[in-house]
Design a protein around this ligand. Sequence first.
Ligand SMILES: [Zn+2]
Length: 74
Amino acid sequence: MSKKKEEWGPHTHCIICGNAIPEGEKTCSEECAKKYESEAKRYKQQQKMSYVFLILMGAAMVGFLLLSYFFAGG
Ligand SMILES: [Zn+2]
């Protein structure tokens, strides 16, 4: 008896809707690609924002240290 099994081979899944797609691809269709792009854009923007926030915090900290140094050194 020979049961025919469909061989999928190396494949991955669409990161948006989960469809099976060839390995190396990220999305199954243009629609999903667009969705993914906007998601990635938003994610990058968020990262940029937190990066800017960190820099601002660092600058504020340094400024505060300098101020206290000048006041203490008088
Ligand atoms: Zn998809």
